[in-house]
Design a binder for this molecule. Sequence first.
Ligand code: 5AD
Ligand code: SF4
Length: 459
Amino acid sequence: MQKRLFIKTYGCQMNVYDSARMTDVMAPLGYMPAVSAEGADLVILNTCHIREKAAEKVFSELGGIRRLKRARERQGGRMLVAVAGCVAQAEGEEIRRRAPFVDIVFGPQAYHRLPEMVTRALADSAGGVLDTSFPAEPKFDYLPERLAAPGTSAFLTVQEGCDKFCTFCVVPYTRGAEYSRPAADVLAEARRLVEAGAREITLLGQNVNAYHGAACASGPNGGEWGLGELIRALAELPGLERIRYTTSHPRDVDDALIAAHRDLPQLMPFLHLPVQSGSDRVLTAMNRRHTAHQYKRTVERLRKARPDLALSSDFIVGYPGESDDDFRATLDLVREIGFAQAFSFKYSVRPGTPAAEAEDQVPEAVKATRLAELQDLLQSQQRAFNQGCVGTVLPVLFEKPGRHPGQLVGRSPYLQAVHADSTPDRIGEIMPVMIHAAAPNSLAGAIIARPTAKEECAA
Ligand code: 5AD
Ligand code: SF4
C-alpha cells in the first residue's frame, strides 16, 4: 500500500542532499513524497544545529507536528514522527524528553538504517527508536541509486564530517570525523546524474576541499585523489557543463585545486571560501589555522589562475574576546578582497564547543551593532558586483520557471539568479543573456541567442 512521506529540511545543502537520499531509502517500502505533513504516514524533520536559533526552530515546529499526529490518530490512522540531522545527533536525549511523541531520532550517519528503524517503530508503539551512533559501515555503501530525476542542477556529497575543530563549531561533533567517498563511486553517481538530465553538479562536503578519496582504478594517480584531481576527472564527463563545490576551508586550497580553476572551463568562477574573521588574534582563538595574510594570499593565487573568480565567504562577529580593533580588521579584509556575496552571523554559543566556555563573551548589543555594520559593507559590495554585470552578456543555465508567466530563472557562472523571458523548453540549456537590470539578490536580462530551429521553422 502506498504511504506518504513528508520531509522538512533545515540548514545546509548537505541536509538537502540527505533528505533526498532518505526519500530514496524509503521508496522500496512504499513511501512516496508528500507536499505537506498533514495526513502523512511518516514526517521527518531534518535539522540543523549550527546556531542556537536553528536548533530552537525544531522544537517549535514539533508543537505543530504533534497536533497533526494527534488529529491523525483521532481518525484511526498513524503518523510516525522522526527527527534527523544534527540536532538529533547532538540533542537526541533532550528531544526524547521534551517531545516524547517523537518515534524515531537518528543522526546524519545512520539514515541508511531508516527502513529498519521505521519497521521497529511501527511494531513497537510505546518505545521509540534512537540511533545517534556513528556506524562503522559508511552509509554510502548502503544507499540505493537515486530515484527522483535530479533536475538541471544536482548536489553530490563527496566528503562528510570535519577534523578541523574550529572552537565555535558543532560540526565535528554532529557530523563526525572526516570521510571521503572513493572517487570511483563519485564518478559513477555523477555519470548517473548526467544521464538523468543534470547539467551542473555541486560537490558537497563540510570540508569539501579536504577531499582525499581512494583514487579511481582507471585514473592516472595511484593512492588517493584530492579535490583537484576529482574535478579534473568529472570535467571529462560528456554533458556535464558546470561543476561547483562547497564548502571549502582556506587551508585546504592546494596547487591541484588552483590548477583546476585555471584549466577547466567547467569549473565555475565562483568560490565560497569562509574566512570568519580578519583578525589574526581571533583566527588563532578560533583555531582556524590560517592568518588573514594567508587567506589573502590564497585568494590572490586563485585570482591569478582564474581572473574573473567571484568570492563568497562566511563571517562571525562577536566571537568571545573580539575587540573593536579585531572587528575593524574584519572590515579591512572585506574592503581589501571584495566579495560578490557573503553570509554573516553573530557568534552563537554552542554547548560542548570550546568557545562556549570562554569568559569574555561579547554582549548581544555589541554583536548586533557589528553585524549591522559588516552587513552594510557586504551588501554594498554585492550590489556593486551585481550592478557591474549590467550591460554584459552572461551564460545562464536555466533551471525552472520564474515567478512571472513566460519567464525562466537560471544561474550565472557567479551563482547569481538570472530572470529572463523564455519558453520552458530552454530549461536545462545554457543561453547567453544580456543583463539589463540588477537587484540586490538577482539579475534580469534578455536571451540574445538566435531563435531555435523550431522557432525558425514556425516563422
Ligand atoms: N555561531 C555563529 N556562526 C557559526 N557558524 C558556525 N558555528 C557558528 C556559531 N557557533 C557559521 C560559520 C560557518 C557557517 C556555516 O556557520 O560562519 O562557516
Ligand atoms: Fe566547522 Fe571549522 Fe569544520 Fe568548518 S572547518 S565545519 S567551521 S569545524
